[in-house]
Design a binder for this molecule. Structure first.
Ligand code: GLC
Ligand code: CA
Length: 542
């Protein structure tokens, strides 16, 4: 699966914003890479408060991205190349500019009033003390009726009330509309937030914080499975078995993921879980700690074992919400070695691997130096709350934004070494990374020793090799702080993966033998792994 963030992929008309014709013009690149399915981040009509994750019309294309005719052309061209297209489905919330919300807010007795979460305040305070995931209160007072509405994200993203069956059926209708148009499935945005504990209890407020964490009352809520199964019956049942669904599920455990992706239950094909993305977090995502390899590999292994027999994994390091993995878990001094190592470790786990645009080139974080360079609403809201309301040191807050802010992932795709990296002929909406002269597709596509060619090999290996697809996973050396080693076994066929997550050469305390399948140095030599070296061997099981 390859994720396209349309704003930042390819601009066809020089307005500095990526668009649908831009994507269409680059499809052969994705074919060459070996992509099967494209996940397209939202292109629906939207005021763009959260770059399209705030939708004001589910049945139209945002003009800055193109038209429905451009969309149909893109879909036709994707299908003509044997690929599929999965749409982003954002239905935990809408935009506050969606007609449903405009109606809902207009009066206490509007028929759509109950489509959102409206409540009275208490003594001038919001109905609950929950914080928004994007800082501030999760409630906004609306002057029209004097009530508050719930928004787990920005105040321009009011939460839909899934308790109301009319809401659910309106969502199923729009999903069917897109499937009838020919799309091949959905990536469902924060889908495990759709069922809230209807009593909306107060949350505990951690020391030093202004708001409480309402997560326990809105994540994986009591009716989640029921809603997803109902969605299946109303949308997917009886359609082409080739449709694909993946649910974004922050705060989901292995046990919940097993239920969500158990084929017998007909809910989702796979989920995005977040545990490995939080492995370097401290008290919050803004409090980054260094990576402890032992934690990372034990966590990934837990998910491999937990979904081995029932359910299915998705595998990812990157998306439009995460910093670039080579900057985060890799090492800029060993850019090629660490980018290829991270790619291979991920792709050789069991599950469906995701590549986020530019990951296959080893794109890195942006060298931010000032808060004025950030555009992302999550980063800016956090900065203002932390600095202005909580009095935190601006320098420390800026450091956090630089390391983990979402704009790191959103700088334009680096197509070539020309001006603006070949992304646009105009001024890009977000600055191009200054390393685009060195890190770009044109430099890497024909080069057999590039990060791109390595990803191409990984994808080809998965297509050709049943053990990569289906092999049983086993973690080796679980306590080793620097070596990530595991096997994948299918019948008498086994792959042994051994990777050095560090700059120091390391003597691997076990036998490495077999036929060499991959190595990110010219040749494997001896028992020592060099900085960020990975070797993959094929073995016969006796
Ligand atoms: C998901 C999206 C993120 C968005 C949020 C609210 O986490 O991936 O980009 O901001 O949901 O829709
Ligand atoms: Ca454009």
């Amino acid at each position: 699966m390859y994720q396209i963030y349309p704003r930042s992929f390819a601009d066809s008309n020089g307005d500095g914003i990526g668009d649908l014709p831009g994507i269409t013009s680059r499809l052969d690149y994705l074919v060459d890479l070996g992509v099967d399915v494209i996940w397209l981040s939202p292109v629906y009509r939207s005021p763009q408060d959260d770059n399209g994750y705030d939708i004001s019309d589910y049945r139209d294309i945002e003009p800055m991205f193109g038209t429905l005719a451009d969309f149909d052309e893109l879909l036709t061209q994707i299908h003509a190349r044997g690929m599929k297209l999965v749409m982003d489905l954002v239905v935990n919330h809408t935009s506050d500019e969606h007609p449903w919300f405009i109606e809902s807010r207009s009066s206490l007795d509007n028929p759509k009033r109950d489509w959102y979460w409206w409540r009275d305040g208490q003594d001038g305070q919001p109905p609950t003390n929950w914080g928004s995931i994007f800082s501030g209160s999760a409630w906004e007072l609306d002057q029209t009726t004097g009530q508050y509405y719930l928004h787990l994200f920005t105040r321009k993203q009011p939460d839909l009330n899934w308790e109301n069956p009319q809401v659910r059926h309106a969502v199923y209708d729009l999903m069917n509309w897109w499937l009838d148009r020919g799309v091949d499935g959905f990536r469902m945005d924060v889908i495990n937030l759709i069922s809230k504990h209807a009593a909306l209890p107060q949350a505990e407020v951690p020391i030093g914080e202004i708001y409480g964490d309402g997560g326990p009352y809105y994540m994986n809520g009591p009716r989640l499975h029921e809603f997803l199964h109902e969605m299946y019956l109303n949308v997917f049942a009886g359609r082409d078995a080739e449709l694909l669904t993946v649910g974004e599920c922050p705060g989901t455990s292995v046990e919940q993921a097993r239920l969500l992706t158990d084929q017998q239950r007909h809910e989702l094909d796979m989920v995005f879980q977040f545990e490995h993305m939080q492995i370097d977090h401290g008290r919050s995502k803004w409090d980054l700690q260094g990576l402890k390899l032992v934690d990372l590999k034990q966590n990934l292994a837990k998910w491999q074992y937990g979904l081995a027999d029932v359910g299915w994994n998705s595998l990812y390091w990157n998306n439009h919400d995460q910093p670039r993995v080579v900057s985060r878990f890799g090492d800029p001094a060993y850019w090629y070695e660490s980018a290829t190592l991270l790619g291979a470790v991920l792709h050789l786990h069991r599950g469906t691997p995701y590549v986020y645009q530019g990951e296959e080139l080893g794109m890195t974080n942006y060298p931010f130096t000032d808060v004025s360079q950030f555009v992302d609403v999550e980063s800016l809201n956090y900065y203002h709350q932390a600095v202005e309301q909580q009095g935190r040191d601006p320098r420390t807050v800026l450091c956090a934004l630089e390391a983990i802010g979402r704009d790191n992932a959103r700088t334009p795709m680096q197509w070539d070494g020309c001006d603006q990296a070949g992304f646009t002929t105009g001024t890009p909406w977000l600055a191009v990374n200054p390393n685009s002269g060195r890190i770009n597709a044109a430099a890497q596509v024909g080069d057999p020793e590039s990060v791109y060619s390595w990803y191409r090999r990984l994808i080809a290996l998965r297509h050709q090799d049943p053990v990569v697809r289906d092999g049983r996973f086993e973690l080796l050396l679980p306590a080793d702080p620097q070596v990530y080693a595991f096997t994948r076994t299918l019948g008498d066929d086994r792959l042994l993966v051994v990777a050095n997550f560090g700059r120091e050469p390391v003597l691997v305390p076990m036998e490495m033998d077999g036929e060499i399948v991959l190595c990110n140095y010219r040749e494997p030599v001896g028992q020592d792994l060099r900085p960020w070296e990975i070797r993959v061997f094929r073995q016969r099981v006796a």
